[in-house]
Design a protein around this ligand. Structure first.
Ligand SMILES: Cc1cc2nc3c(=O)[nH]c(=O)nc-3n(C[C@H](O)[C@H](O)[C@H](O)COP(=O)(O)OP(=O)(O)OC[C@H]3O[C@@H](n4cnc5c(N)ncnc54)[C@H](O)[C@@H]3O)c2cc1C
Length: 301
C-alpha cells in the first residue's frame, strides 16, 4: 500500500507493506480480536503501538485504557493493530538477550538520571550523523509526560529532558511522526514494552526498518499511570512544584524535592501496578540495541 505523507521536504510517498493476519476469533473485526485477546485479558502494556499505526487513527488511549469507540462501525478491519501488538501473540522475554559487552558508563558532558548514558547515546548518534532526531520524554511542572524531538544539544539547555519519569509516555505515536520527518534516521529510548513495539513496527513496515536506527531500552520493573501515581505521591507529601527527581532504588521509591525527600517501599504501590506490567518479565529490554539502567553500577553510573 502506498500512502501520501507530508515530510520536511514537502509531500512525498511512503511505502507501507501490509500483510493481512489471520484472525484468532473468526468473523470478528480485527480490533475486536485485539480487545478480546489483549485489552480485556489485561495483558495490554499500554505501549500504544496500535494507536501509532491504526490507519483510521481512531484507536485511542482513554485514561490509560486502549480503546476504539464505535469500532463496530468504524474499524477498517485491516489488521494493522494486531500485527504490531507485542502482546497479541505474547512470548514473554527475559534474561539479557544477545550482548557484546557490559559496562558501567557515565557521560562527560551531560547530566541525567544515573550516568546520563541515555542522553549520551542519542547525542553521540546525532554527532556521528547516524540519526538526525531522537525522542526524549519531557515533563511539565506536574510531572505529566510529553514526548519531544531532539535535534541538537542546545535544546537540553532549555528543557529538563534527562531523568526518569515513572509515568507512561506516548512515545510510539510520536515515533511515527519522527519517521515521517527524519531524513537520516531516528533514535528512540523506551521501556521494554515500547522497545518490543518498535521491533514489531520494524518487522511489519519497511519505513520503520529504514528510519529507526537506534533503539535504546531502559531497564524496567514497572511503570505507572499518571492519575494513580500522582494521587499516591501527593498523599505521601510530594509537592510536584518542588520535585526534582524520582528514583526507584533498592526497593524504595524516592522523591527528591528542593527542600526534602519522601521515601517509601515501592511494594506499597502494588495496588496501582498496571496489569500489563504484572505479566511482563522483560527487565532489560532484550530487543534493544543497547540497554541502560542503574542496577549493578555504582551510583552515578
Ligand atoms: C518507568 C521506568 C522504570 C525503570 N526501572 C528501572 C529499574 O527497575 N532498574 C534500573 O536499573 N533502571 C530502571 N529504569 C532506568 C533508569 O531509571 C534510568 O533511565 C537509566 O538508568 C538511564 O539513566 P541515564 O542517566 O543514562 O538516562 P538519562 O540520560 O537521564 O536519560 C533518561 C532517558 O529516559 C527517558 N525516559 C524518562 N522517563 C521515561 C518514561 N516514562 N518512559 C520512557 N522513557 C523515559 C528519557 O527520554 C531519556 O532518554 C527505569 C526507567 C523508567 C522510565
Amino acid at each position: 500500500m502506498k500512502m501520501a505523507a507530508e515530510t520536511e521536504t514537502g509531500k512525498g510517498e511512503v511505502e507501507w507493506e501490509v500483510k493481512i493476519p489471520e484472525k484468532k476469533l473468526k468473523d470478528r473485526l480485527f480490533f475486536e480480536n485485539l480487545k478480546a485477546m489483549v485489552i480485556d485479558t489485561q495483558m495490554c502494556s499500554r505501549c500504544l503501538t496500535c494507536v501509532s499505526i491504526c490507519p483510521s487513527e481512531l484507536i485511542v488511549n482513554e485514561e490509560d485504557i486502549v480503546d476504539f469507540p464505535n469500532y463496530e462501525d468504524k474499524c477498517l478491519d485491516c489488521g494493522a493493530c494486531v500485527r504490531v501488538c507485542p502482546r497479541y501473540d505474547y512470548k514473554p522475554k527475559s534474561g539479557l538477550g544477545d550482548y557484546i559487552e557490559f559496562t558501567a558508563g557515565q557521560s562527560k558532558r551531560f547530566k541525567g538520571q544515573d550516568g546520563a548514558m541515555g542522553t549520551e547515546f542519542i547525542f553521540s548518534a546525532i554527532d556521528m550523523g547516524l540519526i538526525d532526531r531522537g525522542l526524549f520524554v519531557d515533563r511539565d511542572e506536574q510531572w505529566r509526560t510529553s514526548v519531544f524531538h531532539v535535534r541538537g544539544k542546545e535544546q537540553l539547555e532549555k528543557l529538563p529532558l534527562g531523568g526518569t519519569k515513572y509515568v507512561f509516555a506516548d512515545i510510539l505515536p510520536e515515533l511515527k511522526k519522527a519517521v515521517m520527518f527524519s531524513k537520516v534516521g531516528v533514535g528512540v529510548v523506551g521501556t521494554p514494552c515500547m522497545v518490543s513495539g518498535v521491533r514489531k513496527l520494524q518487522e511489519e513496515y519497511p519505513v520503520f526498518r529504514e528510519k529507526v536506527k537506534l533503539v535504546i531500552g531502559l531497564f524496567c520493573t514497572e511503570n505507572f499511570h499518571y492519575n494513580e501515581v500522582s494521587k499516591y505521591l501527593i498523599e505521601k507529601g510530594v509537592d510536584f512544584s518542588k520535585l526534582i527527581k524520582t528514583d526507584i532504588m533498592k526497593g524504595k521509591f524516592v522523591a527528591t524535592m528542593t527542600d526534602k525527600e519522601v521515601k517509601f517501599k515501592v511494594s506499597q504501590l502494588t495496588s496501582i501496578l498496571p496489569s500489563g506490567c504484572n505479566v511482563c518479565t522483560d527487565f532489560t529490554a532484550v530487543e534493544s540495541d543497547v540497554s541502560v539502567g542503574s542496577v549493578g553500577s555504582v551510583a552515578g553510573f
